[in-house]
Design a protein around this ligand. Sequence first.
Ligand code: M1P
Length: 236
Amino acid sequence: MNIYVFDMDGTLTPARQPMKPDFARRFIPWLKAHMAYLAAGSNYEKITEQLPADAVTGFSGIYSSMGNVFHQKNKEVYRQEIKLKKELLQMLEAYRKNTLYQGKLYGNYLELRPGMLNFSVLGRNCPFEARADYNAWDNQNHEREMMSGELNRKFPEYEISLGGKISLDIVTKGFGKEQIAAKIRQAHPNDKIIFFGDRTAAGGNDYALAQALLKMENTEVVAVNTPEDVLAFLEI
Ligand code: M1P
């Protein structure tokens, strides 16, 4: 049997937006007929906002906050927390204060989730246009790459990766998305595991999970750019 694993933002839904109705109409019947898990960076509340209820219950399990929380059929099975060093938080505050981005900054720039911290210089309370504006600026100026490189060198006990468009995801080493690989393999020792993600390249937040899976036997990683690529691969 194949076990399917999906990232959410950029893979099953547009980033931070609800699943498109046409995608849901084709994907959910397929989901109900297969064994599939969600492996998301977002927290569970955001997942339930973005996915229709029958998609949430259609998964055999939902890993949220990078695998630090696990739900089955709407019931929380476990959660893990993160310890944050004062020096790390001070550096994040300095990045926010000294950014060269000229646009307006918004609130909720440090979002603590179970087992992880999401950091965005721009601030998560930004409107959608500001998100696009910051992302275009960051693509030119590589602020997030610079910050994640510096933080990974200075704090080897943490793993810092680019989130989606505007943020960094910070976890304790070993407690990023890669932990999901071992958990799914343990539950399904003999099955083929196929993972779909839009950020499987180095530096992306699906990279660690993709690499952990590829080190195991009987796995496949499918790099996608949009939810439509998922439908095309699955031929649904
Ligand atoms: O694609 C998953 C990422 O989505 C959001 O990223 P951003 O706000 O940067 O677009 C965040 O929820 C992030 O934690 C998550 O990994």
